[in-house]
Design a protein around this ligand. Structure first.
Ligand SMILES: [Zn+2]
Length: 93
């Protein structure tokens, strides 16, 4: 009867190791998921950043401007004789 608790202990240790192994796998899966999400997010952010950083291009002089306000101000001061691009008509400069 002395060895029985030992055997049980071994089983418990084995279970613990299994649980740890599963936790490891789970955390690896979590990390992979996180990384995938970060990648997605970054891709999204980069797109948004690119959109925000650029990107109004003056059709007349090809100058790129970061926002419609700047674009409209640019257009009105540099090309007052050119028709305002339709996307700037509603912009308040
Ligand atoms: Zn221009």
């Amino acid at each position: 009867m002395v060895c029985k608790p030992k055997a049980m202990l071994r089983v418990q240790v084995a279970k613990l190791n299994m649980a740890r192994g599963q936790q490891k796998i789970q955390s690896q899966q979590k990390n992979a998921k996180k990384q995938a999400e970060n990648k997605k997010k970054q891709g999204h952010d980069q797109k948004a950043a690119a959109k925000a950083a650029l990107v109004y291009t003056c059709a007349v002089c090809r100058t790129q401007m970061p926002d419609p306000k700047t674009f409209k101000q640019h257009f009105e001061s540099k090309h007052p004789k050119s028709p305002l691009p339709p996307e700037l008509v509603d912009v308040e400069a």
